[in-house]
Write a protein that binds this ligand. Structure first.
Ligand code: ATP
Ligand code: MG
Length: 295
């Protein structure tokens, strides 16, 4: 059964809910190698965390092994998975500053069998200063990369998503130096492309200086409002700029998507039949099916 083939949104929603309940296991191809995807956009509130969380949740519901690295001191991704990230809680900070192994700091997300989260606590907000005093300048961009290499030498993961803060500071630079794929969520609103050029320049800089494997593999349009022409205009503009990197699946504005994190859930478990969940599931499937170079 393929929920994307249903004709009407209602039929698609009903089909998706059944599909999720029956179990998605085995329905996505497993990548040959771990795909490590940084979700970045220095613009705030464009759907980075929501996308990282719901794509990761979809992959995990499909039976794939997934790790979400929360690199944002706000800890929104940790919250969305119902994972503790009080000040002093272990997580990303310990990995970056104290070289704690990822495997020892990550926690299993409740409600999932194959999803782990490396939580971000507020301590992460002071990480820049800490690293400036503790770590040689040349080593600073590579702290996450070192930790991930050590982790992947011992553990099998299918997908790792890195949720970035809304800035192009040291945390985002660490994320760009550590992965081969960048996913940029773009909100379907006025000014959507503003700042994207700066982001592209930063990615280019990271590719030249820090990580030749880096590429923007995926653009995801978020918070699409069906009732306005503006959303369609923005979608067209983004497609003209990024071409086939833009996923066919577009994430609509949906109140359930916004509501889910306050229950410590992704929308995939909170309301799998909602339009937002259906769209994230379709986006995740597209990412899985076209592969890293399938653009
Ligand atoms: P930040 O830059 O602060 O990290 P972000 O880019 O991670 O933000 P999110 O936190 O994912 O963005 O989303 C911003 C807000 O928009 C949140 O309140 C979220 O619940 C809401 N939101 C995200 N996607 C949707 C959607 N498809 N429909 C409705 N609300 C959404
Ligand atoms: Mg966020």
């Amino acid at each position: 059964m393929d929920f994307q083939d249903e004709d009407t949104p209602l039929a698609a929603a009903a089909a998706a809910a059944v599909y999720v309940r029956r179990g998605l296991k085995g329905t996505f191809p497993r990548p040959k190698e771990t795909r490590v995807i940084t979700v970045a956009n220095q613009k705030g509130g464009v759907g980075k965390t929501t996308s990282a969380v719901n794509l990761a949740a979809s992959m995990a519901l499909a039976g794939l092994n997934v790790l979400v690295i929360d690199l944002d001191p706000q800890g929104n991704a940790s919250t969305a998975f119902g994972v503790d990230h009080q000040e002093g809680a272990q997580g990303t900070y310990d990995v970056l500053v104290d070289k704690a192994p990822i495997a020892e700091m990550m926690v299993e997300a409740p409600k999932y069998e194959t999803l782990w989260v490396l939580p971000a606590s507020l301590d992460l907000a002071g990480v820049d200063i800490q690293l400036i005093t503790d770590v040689a300048e040349a080593d600073r961009p590579f702290l996450l990369r070192g930790a991930l290499e050590a982790f992947l030498a011992e553990y099998d993961m299918d997908y790792i998503f890195v949720d970035c803060p809304p800035s192009l500071g040291l945390l985002t630079i660490n994320a760009l130096a550590a992965v081969s794929e960048v996913l940029i969520p773009i909100q379907c609103e006025f000014y959507a492309l503003e700042g994207v050029q700066q982001l592209m320049r930063t990615i280019e800089f990271a590719r030249e200086r820090l990580n030749p494997d880096l590429e923007v593999s995926t653009i995801l349009l978020t918070m699409y409002a069906q009732t306005t022409n503006l959303s369609q205009q923005v979608a067209d503009e983004v497609k003209a700029y990024f071409g086939k990197k833009v996923l066919e699946s577009i994430i609509p504005r949906s109140v359930y998507v916004a509501e889910a994190p306050s229950f410590g859930e992704s929308v995939m478990t909170y309301d799998p039949g909602s339009t937002g969940a259906v769209a994230y599931l379709a986006a995740a499937k597209e990412i899985a099916e076209r592969g890293r170079k399938g653009i």
